[in-house]
Design a protein around this ligand. Structure first.
Ligand SMILES: [Ca+2]
Ligand SMILES: [Ca+2]
Ligand SMILES: [Ca+2]
Ligand SMILES: [Ca+2]
Length: 284
């Protein structure tokens, strides 16, 4: 009887310790151990570069806007908290974009991020996505390719593929091209295929055809045509100017007589939709 009791106690103990072990390992799995992640390093390094660029340019900007910069380079925002790990082995929990900014500003060549805890979630333009491993994380940043040229945004010097380098789309020169938005449509020029919102894509505003969009300024007002939504200064936004006289010449740029009244649009100051009914070569 005593032996039986002892056996039961022993069995209970074994069972208890087994259950206990199992529990611990389950908890560890759920916590998501930090795993090595080259992508985490890429993302934090890019953020650091943007934050630093702002600092050296010395002006207030959205270089400090982590969300904006993440969207620009990687097309997503993190859902916080996330857990990151330094190359030194130290882990840290990041609870907000502000905290992430502080973290990346403290990165150095000897202290950098080499790991992240999976899974975590990101918010993309199409919704929230769970990232379960390094492969998915890498796929997420590589699929962010605004101009679909096969080069992901974070590696693309001309993100929107309009022929103007990102650095040249940084109009306020603060080191951060993601906060310059000429037409105010919420899409920074470096991401906007039509920077001035006149309905004519930037790449097609190279009116002299020399391959350089930035040196065209039809009305000589100092604002290049691709940033000037009324490039000929006739009071009609270029988007409404398109082929106003039905002559088949798109954009009245360089088309001196848009309404076929014989007077160039810049000369007779007409509204491009008038006609020259009296034949005086001026429409009104
Ligand atoms: Ca690209
Ligand atoms: Ca561009
Ligand atoms: Ca824009
Ligand atoms: Ca345009």
């Amino acid at each position: 009887m005593k032996t039986l009791k002892l056996t039961i106690v022993a069995l209970l103990l074994i069972n208890f310790s087994f259950t206990s072990c199992q529990k611990e390992s389950t908890v560890a799995d759920n916590e998501g151990a930090v795993e090595a992640s080259e992508t985490a390093r890429t993302v934090t390094t890019a953020l650091k570069t943007r934050a630093t660029a702002r600092g050296t340019a010395g002006s207030s900007s959205t270089g400090t806007d982590v969300d904006n910069n993440l969207e620009f380079d990687f097309c997503f925002n993190f859902v916080y908290p996330i857990e990151l790990q330094y190359n030194t082995g130290t882990s840290t929990t990041v609870t907000s974009s502000t905290a992430l900014l502080t973290l990346v500003q403290g990165l150095t060549t000897t202290q950098y991020i080499t790991g992240i805890s999976f899974p975590f979630s990101i918010v993309t333009p199409t919704g929230t996505q769970v990232i379960r491993n390094e492969t998915e994380f890498q796929a997420a940043i590589n699929s962010c390719d605004t101009d679909h040229d096969g080069t992901a945004n974070y590696q693309d010097s001309d993100t929107d593929g309009d022929g103007i380098a990102d650095t040249d789309e940084d109009l306020d020169g603060n080191g951060d091209p993601s906060n310059d938005d000429t037409d105010g449509d919420g899409l920074a020029n470096c991401m906007d295929s039509d920077d001035d919102g006149d309905g004519v894509e930037t790449q097609y505003e190279d009116y002299d055809g020399n391959g350089d969009v930035t040196d065209n300024d039809a009305d000589n007002d100092g604002t290049p045509d691709y940033l000037d939504n009324d490039a000929d200064n006739d009071g009609v936004a270029d988007g409404n100017d398109n082929d106003a006289n039905g002559d088949g010449q798109d954009e009245d740029h360089g088309n001196s007589g848009n309404d076929n009244d014989g007077g160039g649009s810049d000369n007779d100051n007409d509204n491009d939709s008038g006609s020259d009914s009296d034949g005086d070569r001026i429409s009104r």
